[in-house]
Design a protein around this ligand. Structure first.
Ligand code: ZN
Length: 340
């Protein structure tokens, strides 16, 4: 009960990339870069195991960013043709690359990373991929004409990748869809159908992560506009509950989300965020346990997996380490409290 995991990303060590910064360029090249990524991934793997995290991952040490790591290997994207785009419904403007011809995946992207991780741990292994809707909110369409069509093509490519990651030994495959909390109606109309296409034929456990974003300034400001009760989950969860996705990773710690919304996913395993990702938040194990036990007032304990709210990539290494420890210890405290 209360087996723990993380959303995925962890900070990169300062010798690999500039810390506390998204999209930080690599500091190494060629063979040294590959060896550096592997070393960083193993260090985080041992840190997760030592912290009592049950379902482990690579901390996304092999990719520059949770979306761009995948996109960099996909054909059909012109990285020099930048288009200004209002990301997450104009929360912030970014110059994004443009899809200019039909998309294809000519080689595996994260499959070797998954095999490397499998060879280095006996824990259950989770590998993350960006979801099709979130990809389409991170890249401009100069070819397909409809976002829904571009999302479906990305979903086909993600499915090829996910099937190979599964064959490489991943037990769980998670798709990150922070855009689901923004484009609510579109989730039903094409976001979820694209996600269903991405998981087709998988025997690995499937997970969707839906959050309110990294603890960066644009997201913190956006959250301030959402009022005292965040209702986005309330609208999309019934659709997600009716989908074939087995687990839902959601934000819960320190957020203005009415806790009853957990009841809208009666058929899913819930990865409940018990660790915040703001740079000034430092939870104690007791606070983590209290969060888990609060969730268990709404959801059967057997369906709860303590997790982080979101990825920890933008945090300092020291803080991320402390949060992993608090998560592992907090899950253990919650387990003991329920058994008593
Ligand atoms: Zn997230």
């Amino acid at each position: 009960m209360f087996e723990s995991t993380t959303v995925g990303s962890l900070p990169k060590p300062d010798w690999l990339a500039e810390p506390e910064r998204l999209w930080a360029p690599w500091k190494l090249k060629g063979g040294a870069l590959q060896a550096g990524k592997e070393r960083a991934a193993v260090e985080w793997l041992r840190e997760q195991e030592a912290s009592g995290i049950d379902i482990v991952g690579d901390g996304e040490q092999f990719r520059v960013h949770f979306v761009h790591g995948f996109l960099e290997q996909i054909e059909g994207i012109d990285w020099a043709r930048k288009t200004p785009m209002g990301i997450r419904n104009n929360r912030y403007i970014a110059e994004v690359p443009t899809v200019t011809t039909a998309l294809s995946r000519t080689k595996p992207v994260h499959v070797a990373d998954a095999a490397f991780m499998r060879a280095n741990t006996s824990h259950r292994l989770k590998i993350t991929l960006p979801g099709p809707m979130t990809i389409c909110d991170t890249i401009a369409d100069g070819h397909y004409g409809r976002r829904a069509d571009m999302a479906m093509r990305f979903a086909e490519l993600l499915n090829e990748e996910a099937l190979e990651i599964e064959a490489a030994g991943a037990d769980l495959i998670q798709f990150d869809e922070p855009a689901f909390n923004v484009f609510l109606e579109e989730v039903r109309d094409w976001g979820l159908p694209a996600l269903e296409r991405a998981v087709r034929g998988l025997k690995a456990t499937t997970v969707v992560h839906i959050c309110y974003g990294y603890g960066i300034e644009a997201n913190i400001k956006w959250k301030e506009t959402l009022g005292n009760s965040w209702r986005q989950y309330e609208q999309i969860f019934p659709w997600i509950n009716a989908s074939s996705i087995q687990q839902v990773s959601l934000e819960f710690a320190g957020s203005r989300i009415p806790h009853e919304v957990l009841r809208r996913l009666p058929d899913k395993q819930l990865l409940v965020g018990a660790i915040g990702v703001l740079p000034d938040q430092r939870e104690t194990p007791e606070e983590v346990a209290a969060n888990i036990l609060e969730a268990s007032r709404h959801v059967d304990s057997a369906r709860l997996t303590p997790c982080t709210n979101c990825g920890m990539a933008p945090l300092s290494t020291e803080l991320a380490r402390a949060k992993l420890r608090a998560l592992g210890q907090g899950a253990a405290l919650a387990r003991a409290a329920v058994k008593r």
